[in-house]
Design a protein around this ligand. Structure first.
Ligand code: GDP
Ligand code: MG
Length: 452
């Protein structure tokens, strides 16, 4: 899956301090394969990868995130961008009724959507009416009537005494009749003062000139304020050709993705937005009336990435990260001047950010601290915190003065054994030395190093 491949591609970067162009190219290749596998169309993939690379190469080194996280963040932001950024709302007509026409292949979910949309609009104070213009599929009119009943909205149908003729009366010239029903439906809505009309239309199993001609005729007759192209998110690569055909044929103002409750790979959503330039406006996630929502690009992006956890960690890390503080700490580390207070502050910062297990990889600037902390669990952290709190400021500032009698006093005062105190102090010196050496190698700072 897309998320698996992305996870795989990014795993290699996890341990890196900084990304080279070669790293970025290699990661981009993996992301490219992942997107193609997820049925995103090639031109969209190309454009997408181009933007990712450009941004990754130009990216400022953020203190809060490691390079792998930075790439995830960039990919996520670009996904949201492609998916349309902000959500667009339905355009209401200045002179009601607002006409909304649904178009799409058979089985895409148009009729189901008609009910959902009607229920949703009703909740917002509108008085929608449904119009049954699928006169092709047997039982389609009745299906819409049931849907309308469930949603509690009236349905305008051919055999409801409109003079257009019943379903059985339809001849070869079905398209003309559908147009007449649509027209009569809009007139009826106006007369009965419904402020929104939703026109359900017929679909075909495949793209077909007759279907397109009928949809276009209904569009021309009713002049809809919105033509919503209803797309089954499960149809993969075909989504692109279908969307393109409807864009060229009827044209549409917005897209509705259905069946997002299935294991759709999300590629369809990406391609459709980018290729047609039309916003995805709603998402349908089940057969029930309320399994429907305004489309949220950010939620879809995180679904495609499959990295919801990673993304929320990134948010937390950025929210809690104090750049100035981190720089100060980094400078101290490189000088070998880290104190036990700094050590404690670092640990407290980590704790603020959540369960220690998830976050050890996130400690920035003083990133090497994670080495020192990697064998430490939450319970041990409590102990370490207690020990350091039991020290005088002088001891924390210059741990070298912590001799045997001080160790006994600290142990007694913080409810631990002298061995515990010894371990902490030893570990601290070892970590400080190691970090100072590493930061020296990485050219983070020079100057004389303090000896332990
Ligand atoms: P239409 O031919 O475009 O009008 O499609 P329908 O509204 O009749 O839907 C076709 C089938 O898909 C029906 O069995 C619906 O219950 C089902 N369906 C529609 N939308 C969704 C959805 O979002 N999730 C799921 N799981 N099923 C859906
Ligand atoms: Mg239908």
């Amino acid at each position: 899956s897309l998320s698996d491949r992305l996870t795989g591609a990014l795993k290699d970067l996890r341990g890196k301090g900084r990304l080279t162009d070669a790293d970025i190219d290699a990661t981009a290749r993996e992301i490219r394969l992942a997107l193609l596998e997820a049925d995103v169309s090639l031109p969209v993939v190309r454009a997408f990868i181009g933007r990712i690379k450009e941004r990754a190469k130009g990216a400022e080194v953020s203190g809060a995130l490691n390079p792998a996280q930075q790439i995830v963040k960039i990919v996520n932001e670009e996904l949201i961008g492609i998916l349309g950024g902000e959500t667009r709302r339905i355009q209401l007509a200045k002179n009601p009724p607002t006409v909304i026409m649904l178009a799409g292949l058979q089985g895409a979910g148009k009729t189901t959507l008609a009910g959902k949309l009607a229920a949703w609009l009703t909740k917002q104070g509108h008085t929608p009416m449904l119009v049954a213009c699928d006169l092709q599929r047997p039982g389609a009119v009745q299906q819409l009537q049931i849907v309308g009943e469930r949603a509690g909205v009236p349905v305008f149908a051919p055999h409801a005494g409109t003079g257009v003729g019943g379903e059985g009366a339809l001849g070869v010239d079905g398209s003309k009749t559908a147009v007449e029903v649509a027209q009569a439906g809009v007139d009826e809505a106006r007369a009965k003062q419904h402020d929104v009309v939703i026109i359900d239309t017929a679909g075909r199993l495949g793209i077909d000139a007759e279907l397109m001609a009928q949809a276009t005729a209904i569009r021309d007759a009713t002049q809809p304020d919105e033509v919503l192209f209803v797309l089954d998110a499960m149809i993969g690569q075909d989504a692109v050709t279908t969307a393109q055909a409807f864009a060229d044929g009827v044209d549409f103002t917005g897209v509705v993705l259905t069946k997002l409750d299935g294991d759709a790979r999300g590629g369809a959503a990406l391609s459709v937005r980018e290729i047609t330039g039309r916003p995805i406006m709603f998402a349908s996630t089940g057969e029930k009336l309320d399994e429907f929502d305004v489309f949220h690009p950010d939620r879809m992006a995180s679904r495609i990435l499959g990295m919801g956890d990673v993304l929320s960690l990134i948010e937390q890390a950025e929210a809690h990260f104090d750049q100035a503080e981190a720089e100060k700490t980094a400078a101290k580390i490189s000088q070998g001047e880290l104190t036990l207070d700094d050590f404690l502050q670092q640990m407290l910062m980590i704790r603020k950010m959540g369960p220690i297990g998830n976050l050890l990889g996130m400690l920035p600037g003083a990133g090497d601290m994670k080495e020192a902390l990697s064998q430490v669990d939450d319970k041990q952290l409590d102990k370490i915190q207690a020990i350091i709190r039991g020290m005088t400021p002088g001891e924390r500032d210059d741990p070298k003065i912590i001799n045997a009698s001080r160790r006994r006093r600290i142990a007694a005062g913080s409810g631990v054994t002298v061995t515990d105190v010894n371990q902490l102090v030893d570990r601290f010196f070892a970590a400080r030395k190691m970090m100072s050496q590493m930061s020296g190698r990485m050219g983070m700072g020079g100057g004389p190093k303090r000896n332990n």
